[in-house]
Write a protein that binds this ligand. Structure first.
Ligand code: NAP
Length: 500
């Protein structure tokens, strides 16, 4: 019951949290297939998720655009093989507008609490833009939405500016400033060339060296684009080719020897060809197995490190004071601006601290030993809840959009099952969830991610379990996790009876 004076919650069949690729993709399917009422709750004021937030110079996707887009909404107009972030954001904005999703979006609506109402058999959701009630709740908040700021002594005392790569301001004066770039992941590698060109000096703080392979981006000519627009089958064929080429890269992650050594040789050749200085080359040589962290694609990262004014500090930032940064090596660097390209809190999503399932169980408590879900999407103890792009649903070698579409398919099958059976709630059994997680752990044990000698955000620090990545191919994910098996769920009828 609404508290007297506060408006009654808005009621829909499906509440989706987040308007990035996952939330919009599900909304488009619900809208096109007229599958009942839904709303998308988005804390920001635009769609696009990580592509709306990450606007640092050089931001782009390192998965080919014709693969990193919805299969059900191909875009013949991608300008490049690997398109820049702004173009991906426009693709998502156009999709929301053209598919008629905008009236179903609630902007400025940050979820503050979601609670399963066992009597009403629905989710009660509080947001900064009012209260909502939904029979089904889909968490589509992504894994790259909450910045990770490392716990560095004295960071707050730094006299210059400190900013995270995902909070790039509209205008940032770099000329005349000495900039510290913390991190050497995908964001830092894309960002460095612009910093090296514009700033008075750059120090790159490298806690561990990444493997970098050639990117070799190419532009699509207007003739290429016209040909793809004229022949939709050609665009689909291109997507299929890109998909299977990316799948071939998976064998490297499970240590099939020859692809692994081929990838390693490509990275070593790239380093040798682009860094003439032997000492710098040595400092840039990773000390763990290739594939343990995301393999980065860049043609201008290494050359930027060799530019005058750019310095590699081959150790972590350990302390910051008013005017400088002290590295683990003991070196001190006087700086005017510190840019943290330190990634995201992907394994411990803050939203899990705001979602309460059956018997008041907090999702963050259910995930205290690391994120788990049945088929990477449904969670025992949380009726009618689906999580997209959460536990074991990411990839290092192929398109995240393929994974998201697989999970959307799973959610739609579950919703169909609810309608077809007249049941009011669905919840995976703990036995089915445990069996799924055990199988993932078994597969992960032989991969480079768990024993390749690196520390990465794919692995939960609390348990040492691989909780972010799906430890197999993208096609295996669709085959195994994309299918809804009614036998693995407890179904309740309206009023509380358990269906057979
Ligand atoms: P990230 O891969 O998590 O990298 C964070 C970096 O910060 C790491 O190099 C880490 O060092 C470093 N770091 C943390 N604390 C440090 C300290 N005290 N001193 C020095 N270094 C420190 O984050 P990201 O680069 O933002 O990328 C996150 C994910 O976003 C990517 O894996 C990818 O999925 C996605 N992304 C994708 C693209 C794309 O093109 N598709 C582009 C950008 C981002 P260690 O390596 O030693 O941990």
């Amino acid at each position: 019951m609404p508290v007297s004076g506060s408006p009654a919650p808005v009621e829909v069949d499906t509440l989706i949290v987040g308007a990035g690729f996952a939330g919009l993709g599900l909304a488009i399917r619900l809208q096109r297939e007229r599958r009942g009422s839904y709303l998308v709750l988005e804390r920001a004021n635009d769609v696009g998720g990580t592509w709306r937030d990450n606007v640092y110079p050089g931001v782009a996707c390192d998965i080919p655009s014709h693969l990193y887009s919805f299969s059900f909404r191909p875009n013949p107009d991608w300008s490049q093989f690997y398109s820049p972030g702004g173009e991906i954001l426009r693709y998502l904005q156009d999709a929301a507008r053209d598919e008629g999703i905008l009236p179903r979006l609630r902007f400025g609506a940050e979820l503050t609490e979601a609670r399963w109402d066992a009597d009403g058999e629905c989710w009660e959701v509080s947001t900064t833009a009012g209260a909502f009630r939904g029979r089904t709740l889909v968490v589509a908040t992504g894994r790259l939405s909450e910045k990770r700021v490392p716990d560095i002594e004295g960071l707050g005392t730094f006299g210059g500016g400190v900013l995270h790569s995902s909070e790039w301001p509209d205008e940032l004066e770099l000329a005349g400033r000495r900039v510290g770039l913390v991190g050497t992941g995908a964001s830092a590698v894309q960002l460095l060339p612009a910093l090296a060109e514009r700033a008075a000096g750059v120090v790159v703080f490298q806690r561990s060296a990444p493997y970098v392979v050639p990117r070799r981006n190419t532009m699509f000519s207007s003739a290429d684009r016209a040909a793809l627009a004229a022949d939709p089958e050609a665009a689909q064929a291109l997507r299929r080719t890109l998909f299977w080429e990316a799948e071939a890269g998976f064998t490297a992650r499970i240590r099939a020897t020859s692809p692994l050594s081929r990838l390693g040789a490509t990275a070593a050749d790239h380093l040798r060809a682009q860094v003439p200085d032997a000492r710098l080359r040595e400092a840039l040589t990773p000390d763990y197995e290739i594939g343990c962290k995301r393999v980065l694609l860049s043609d201008d990262y290494y050359p930027s490190l060799s530019r005058p004014g750019v310095e590699l500090e081959p150790s972590a930032v350990v302390r910051v004071d008013r005017s400088g940064v002290i590295a683990a090596s003991g070196h001190r660097h006087e700086l005017d601006l510190l840019i943290l390209a330190t990634g995201f809190t992907s394994t411990e999503p803050p939203i899990a601290g705001r979602v309460r399932g059956r018997d008041e169980l907090l999702l963050a408590d259910a995930w205290a030993g690391g994120m788990v879900a049945y088929n990477s999407t449904a969670v025992a103890g949380f009726p009618n809840l689906f999580v997209i792009d959460g536990p074991n649903a990411s990839l290092g070698h192929n398109s995240a959009v393929h994974m998201i579409e697989t999970q959307i398919g799973f959610v739609l099958e579950a919703l169909d099952h609810l309608s077809a059976t007249g049941a009011s709630t669905l919840e995976p059994t703990r036995t089915a969830q445990d069996a799924y997680v055990r199988e993932l752990d078994r597969r992960a044990a032989t991969t480079v991610w768990t024993s390749g000698g690196c520390r990465s955000w794919y692995v939960d620090e609390r348990s040492g379990r691989l909780t972010l990545l799906w430890p197999d191919t993208a096609s295996a994910f669709r085959e195994e996790a994309g299918r809804f098996e009614p036998g693995d769920f407890v179904r309740r009828l309206a009023g509380g009876g358990v269906a057979g």
